[in-house]
Design a binder for this molecule. Sequence first.
Ligand SMILES: NC(=O)c1ccc[n+]([C@@H]2O[C@H](COP(=O)([O-])OP(=O)(O)OC[C@H]3O[C@@H](n4cnc5c(N)ncnc54)[C@H](O)[C@@H]3O)[C@@H](O)[C@H]2O)c1
Length: 274
Amino acid sequence: MDVQGAVAVITGGASGIGRATALELARRGADIVVADLNDTRIDEVRAEVEALGRRFLGVHCDVAKDADVERLRDEALATMGHVDIAMSNAGVAMLGPAEGLSMEEWDWILQINLLGVIRGARAFIPHMLERGSGYIVNTASVAGLFAYAWDHPTYITAKFGVVGFTESLALYLRPLGIGVSVLCPGLVNSNMGDTARMGGVDDISRWLQSMPLEEPVEADAVGLLVADAIRDDRYLILTHPEPTLDRMGRRGADLDGFIDAQIEHLPHPPNLYQ
Ligand SMILES: NC(=O)c1ccc[n+]([C@@H]2O[C@H](COP(=O)([O-])OP(=O)(O)OC[C@H]3O[C@@H](n4cnc5c(N)ncnc54)[C@H](O)[C@@H]3O)[C@@H](O)[C@H]2O)c1
């Protein structure tokens, strides 16, 4: 897709990966709609996008709410006239044991990280199909490609869902002229710690041990990757390609063996009941 003159809607676009993608697309000539809960950071991105000479719309939007995402679509179309790129990127992190987290805690993260992405697709697919063009980018994680830790079951569950949902969208929409990409970052420096929650344990220090990932990359570099993938119509976007593809290959070839190797590699979890 030619980004020059396009309109891009980005949820979670006020910070981190979403902000970096908004700015990179604006540099390449796109007008930007940012949907986020953080109004202060929306205004910061507004100033940055407008300084690049592009139009900007900020929408206070909770991707966990149907009505907010529908209003986002309506306001984006009313202000910008059309939408070419819809990036569902808003996400939060949660730490805690599968059985110790409450169902409210499970609901919080699944509503944002998984159903938020589905709401975004439901909102913009009809408009894109009517026009016969468009591009959807969904932010998952390497946590959607393999279980990288034992202490993030909610996050991993949501991100596996995003990967499966987005792959099915690719089969559906690419033959109809709509691009689809899934972004699966490894660690990225961002503000995710501001919204992260923990639950189900008294002493969290026993749980912060199972992060076997590589060194973080800067969010700006991820913005470049996303803009390039949209330009090139490339499905899979990785920030740490070599180790991620290596793990995907070993996982695909022998899932039992891959799980055994992960257990060997990770610090063992505490037994909370002994
Ligand atoms: N940072 C990483 O290491 C990393 C790795 C893999 C995947 N990701 C994913 O990248 C995406 C972006 O995260 P980031 O690292 O840039 O974090 P970030 O916290 O810097 O940015 C996320 C933005 O989403 C917004 N947000 C949170 N809940 C929202 C909601 N309910 N409705 C609307 N907006 C909401 C936040 O206000 C924030 O501005 C997330 O989906 C995250 O899971 C991040």
